[in-house]
Design a binder for this molecule. Structure first.
Ligand SMILES: *[C@@H]1O[C@H](CO)[C@@H](O)[C@H](O)[C@H]1NC(C)=O
Ligand SMILES: *[C@@H]1O[C@H](CO)[C@@H](O)[C@H](O)[C@H]1NC(C)=O
Ligand SMILES: *[C@@H]1O[C@H](CO)[C@@H](O)[C@H](O)[C@H]1NC(C)=O
Ligand SMILES: *[C@@H]1O[C@H](CO)[C@@H](O)[C@H](O)[C@H]1NC(C)=O
Ligand SMILES: *[C@@H]1O[C@H](CO)[C@@H](O)[C@H](O)[C@H]1NC(C)=O
Ligand SMILES: *[C@@H]1O[C@H](CO)[C@@H](O)[C@H](O)[C@H]1NC(C)=O
Length: 931
């Protein structure tokens, strides 16, 4: 698993990063914020482009010409084209073509006669657009031929627009150039003037000029080439089907290719020519690509009910490719070398899905592109799950992250990338919900209906929902008069998710089901909560009929606040609502139902509840408790089954929860008991997994081992600390420790946290003596751990004395800033910082008088993180005592006090319950509280 782009997904450790998640391409919109283009007026629309490009790979510039066949839609004198300001226009010619001999046109002309119009162009200020002013009006239905000659420069350092780069040829040891395109989302305008919006899909006839020792491939097959003995050879390609400007692509290079091996029985590729291109010496690393691609394509053709739409498919491992996501021209995909040669098929499949959804059927505008991306993500997951077994964290990782994000008081802050990505993830989960509730067959046939209707054309988001509705009506899988448009609309238009509460009435076998906005972080005073209502599928499983395969909803909550369901089992049997995370929402129950579930999970029948549902029950219980909607005693009971649980998916939510709860109770006496509980929970698991990976084990197990080890170390597990100290000793024993650090990062924090005085002091000396020339990020890491890890206050005091009071010249302002922020990670850290500030107030104030940023930072770090009444009292007292002296940090402390009050309320409500539960648990497990 690689790093995912959701920044909010990571467990919020300051130093340790536990899990790593699958990386995904940055989506069209996410990568560019919201595209704020002005739409082109539709007075004139294109019918086709005849485009010629002549790049000069070695000079880095290019020339070109384009002939645009366009139709006038509305009488006008001016029209607009997209054109990047850096693209140079050398010639413009506009001709009126008479399509017929109809009278009353601008100028009376005979059929097919061309009349040149006077035309002048201007760059539109601050826009990637040019305006063309004609000498006289043109009328609706008239046909224009717009001809332009232009030139420009290729991108050298980035892989966008028309770009070039080099690589070293292994055989000749010489530098080789290549030229390639990446025109998404709106970079075609930097290569040629055009109607650069996805809704203008027209056929393109492309001609490319290249040096005779290179080769060009493009979207379509080659039709003809000019004399190969001349240096510049002109290649003409078949006219494309109607195509969005961003789908156009070509590559000019000396890379080599192979086709699929026809004797390979796995390869399915009846009519299409597929080629994989790379440096000759890299080709062997790509031997498996063709069979992966053909598997995915076969599955996708079946899914969409429509064949791969083009005659050729070229897949490149492009040396020095810089873009964060692959370039998905239609029929021509560009990957980083490492990405194309990597294991797994996720990336490859995702780009192949775009060949249908995006290229064949194209979103009308950027707002529809958002739905397009979400559906691509869903279909990619669907395909990968069906054709190979290794992609197993989907969808829980993503679900947990959107649960966290949308239940915040201010979801995704002001960060548009996070916003686009979490909205996209949510929509992906809505597709998943529809697949489950309508049934796989209806969903697939609905998608086929959609594709048949919109191929070679554009679509609006509503077209997808409408096709699904029609199919569901046809299959009778959706009760009249419900439409998918309504259902989907209720989920994707809100920056929120619902929580469903099930309250059973055991005396008459009914239950009340209630929906409201899911809020986790406190306070929960979000305005207009009462206005939020969703269409929610109620899928229900009874203990006496444990069929988790039937995912048809018992009923839908039709934007109703509350409904009643009947005919439930008796009071000793549980029910589960929304099993397998069918809909993206958490579910709360009455305490009796939770307790029956907790008991059942501890029996050997446990696995009758599938693993995703086990994980969900655990995740929901803890998070609802965290939010204040469920007693922690009940939530903690739900962890008891973990003693027997060995499936990594069920453990997936546990580490985040330990982290979140651990932070909250860090400062209290409960903390030690909690750490003991964590050790009791994880030690048997870790010991059973063993320290070393077993041959052939899956990634999930490796991640589970890594996470349990990190958390055990944090909780003071002796064998781990000893191992770390042993590794650390090699550094202390080395002759010249300032030359480099032989200790793996994972060992450093445990040593500074639990280790001896000398060990920490040794680390401090390494910072002070850190030589120029060594990598600064090694120093930063060391400093972060020195400040962020210790359990003892004196280590932190020592660090503060040296840096703030003694102003040791080896530490910069940035270092001090970093130390302050690291100290907020633990109660010991911020309490020590607070005491230090209080004790040395006047000196620190004087030191920072010229450094308001540092003053602000120390006040923030020393006050904001408290979570208990005791902390609240301390900070309030300081505030009273120094009220007039906070200066520019005044607002900080006021905000801090408000925050601490909220946290204190949490602690008062929950800590006694947690402590009581832990006491009981530890007694039963006869644990010794001291590590
Ligand atoms: C491209 O660059 C070369 C070398 O600088 C120059 O001679 C040539 O005129 C340029 N061509 C265009 C169209 O700018
Ligand atoms: C321009 O496009 C129209 C509509 O597709 C077509 O009828 C016409 O023949 C084209 N004109 C030329 C000169 O290709
Ligand atoms: C690429 O390099 C050429 C030649 O060094 C330079 O003239 C041109 O401005 C560069 N192009 C871009 C887009 O930076
Ligand atoms: C190709 O797949 C085979 C079978 O899965 C595997 O053993 C081999 O290592 C793969 N080769 C490359 C270069 O990835
Ligand atoms: C789609 O729904 C079916 C049940 O109808 C389920 O078996 C399948 O796993 C679902 N697929 C995905 C990828 O959600
Ligand atoms: C079942 O009992 C609850 C609570 O007493 C009551 O509100 C509900 O109306 C009853 N339902 C039926 C069908 O009797």
């Amino acid at each position: 698993m690689k790093k995912l782009i959701f920044p909010f997904l990571f467990l919020t450790f300051t130093i340790l990063q536990v899990n790593s998640f699958r990386k995904r391409s940055i989506d069209l919109i996410a990568a560019h914020g919201l595209i704020s283009d002005n739409k082109l007026p539709r007075d004139i629309t294109p019918n086709s482009y005849n485009l010629k490009i002549h790049p000069y790979p070695e000079f880095g510039n290019f020339t070109g010409s384009i002939s645009i066949n366009a139709t006038v839609q509305q009488k006008t004198k001016t029209f607009f084209l997209n054109k990047h300001p850096d693209l140079i226009i050398n010639q413009l010619k506009v001709e009126l073509v008479s399509v017929s001999e109809i009278e009353s046109k601008t100028i009376p002309i005979a059929a097919n006669e061309l009349v040149q119009l006077d035309a002048e162009w201007k760059q539109v200020k601050k826009q990637s657009m040019m305006s063309v002013e004609l000498s006289s009006d043109v009328n609706a239905e008239e046909e224009l031929n717009i001809y332009l000659e232009f030139s420009g420069f290729m991108y050298n350092n980035t892989s966008e627009g028309l770009f070039r780069s080099t690589y070293v040829d292994a055989e000749t040891k010489t530098n080789k150039w290549y030229v390639a395109t990446f025109l998404r989302p709106n970079m075609a305008r930097s290569l040629f003037p055009c109607f650069d919006e996805p809704s203008y899909k027209v056929p393109v006839t492309l001609t490319v000029v290249r040096p005779n020792h290179m080769k060009t491939v493009s979207n379509m097959p080659l039709v003809s080439s000019s004399d190969p003995n001349e240096y510049w050879v002109t290649d003409m390609f078949q006219t494309t089907p109607p195509i969005a400007t961003y789908s156009l692509a070509f590559v000019i290079s000396e890379l080599k290719s192979f086709s699929h091996n026809v004797s390979d029985s796995e390869v399915y590729f009846p009519d299409i020519r597929m080629k994989v291109w790379a440096r000759p010496d890299f080709l062997p690393a790509l031997v498996n690509v063709t069979s992966k691609v053909s598997k995915s394509i076969q599955f996708l053709e079946n899914f969409w009910g429509s064949p791969y739409p083009l005659p050729e498919l070229h897949i490149f491992a492009l040396p020095n490719y810089q873009a964060t996501r692959p370039s998905d021209g239609w029929g021509i995909l560009l990957f980083k070398e490492s990405e194309l040669s990597s294991k797994g098929t996720w990336h490859l499949t995702q780009e192949l899905v775009y060949q249908w959804l995006g290229a064949l059927a194209t979103p009308f505008w950027w707002s529809d592109a958002h739905i397009n991306n979400a559906l691509v993500r869903y279909v990619t997951a669907y395909t990968t799950l069906n054709i190979n077994e290794d992609e197993t964290y989907w969808p829980t990782t993503m679900l947990y992250s959107i649960y966290y994000e949308f239940s915040k008081r201010y979801p995704h802050g002001k960060n548009t990338v996070i916003k686009q990505d979490s909205l996209s993830a949510k929509t992906e989960m809505v597709f998943r919900m529809l697949n489950y509730t309508l049934g796989e067959c209806t969903f697939k046939h609905g998608m086929q209906r959609f594709m048949a209707d919109r191929q070679y054309k554009n679509f609006f988001a509503d077209d997808i929902w409408s096709s699904l509705t029609e199919q569901a009506k046809f299959d009778k899988t959706l009760p009249e008069p419900i439409t998918i448009n309504e259902i989907a609309g209720s989920w994707i238009t809100k920056d929120r998710l619902p929580v469903v509460t099930v309250t059973r009435h055991y005396h008459n076998n009914t239950a009340k089901i209630h929906q409201r906005v899911y809020l986790r972080e406190r306070p929960h005073d979000v305005p207009d909560q009462e206005k939020f209502l969703w269409w929610i599928p109620i899928v229900l499983v009874h203990q006496d009929k444990m069929n988790f395969l039937n995912t048809t909803p018992l009923t839908w909550m039709r934007r109703e606040r509350e409904i009643e369901i009947k005919d439930l089992p008796g009071k000793d049997k549980f029910i589960v609502v929304n099993p397998e995370e069918i809909g993206p929402f958490p579910v709360n129950y009455d305490i009796e139902n939770w307790n029956i579930l907790a008991k059942f999970l501890q029996t050997d029948q446990r696995e009758k509840i599938p693993v995703y549902t086990r994980a969900k029950l655990l995740h929901d219980a803890w998070n609802l408790a965290y939010a204040g909607d469920l007693s922690f005693a009940t939530a903690l009971n739900m962890t008891l089954f973990l003693k027997y649980e060995r499936q990594y998916l069920a453990w997936d939510p546990v580490f985040t929860l330990i982290d979140h709860i651990g932070k909250h109770i860090d400062s209290s006496t409960v903390h030690k008991k909690f750490q003991t509980y964590v050790r009791i929970l994880l030690t048997p698991l870790y010991e059973e997994l063993g320290e070393e990976p077993k041959p052939g084990e899956c990634e999930g197990i490796s991640n589970l081992r890594r996470s349990s080890k990190i958390f055990l170390c944090q909780a003071g597990y002796k064998p781990c600390i000893e191992e770390a100290q042993k590794a650390f000793r090699t550094w202390r024993d080395s002759n010249n420790p300032d030359e480099g650090n032989p200790v793996a990062n994972q060992y450093i924090c445990p040593v500074f946290k639990w280790g001896a005085k000398e060990e920490w002091e040794f680390g401090l000396q390494r910072i002070i003596n850190f030589p120029f020339g060594r990598k600064p990020n090694e120093r930063t890491y060391l400093l972060k751990t020195l400040a962020g890890c210790p359990n003892d206050s004196w280590k932190i005091e020592r660090l503060l004395n040296i840096t703030v009071l003694e102003q040791n010249g080896n530490f910069t302002d940035n270092d001090i800033y970093l130390i302050f922020s690291m100290l907020t990670g633990s109660a010991n850290g911020y309490t020590t910082l607070f005491d230090f500030l209080k004790k040395n107030w006047d000196v620190i104030k004087a030191r920072f008088v010229e450094k308001p940023m540092l003053w602000n930072s120390i006040i923030t770090s020393a006050t904001t993180a408290f979570k208990t009444q005791e902390g609240l009292d301390m900070v309030s007292e300081l505030y009273l005592e120094r009220q007039t002296e906070f200066g520019n940090a005044d607002f900080v402390i006021e905000k801090a006090l408000k925050h601490i009050k909220e946290e204190t309320k949490w602690s008062n409500d929950n800590l006694p319950i947690i402590e009581k539960w832990l006491d009981n648990y530890l007694k039963e497990n006869q644990a010794n509280i001291e590590a």
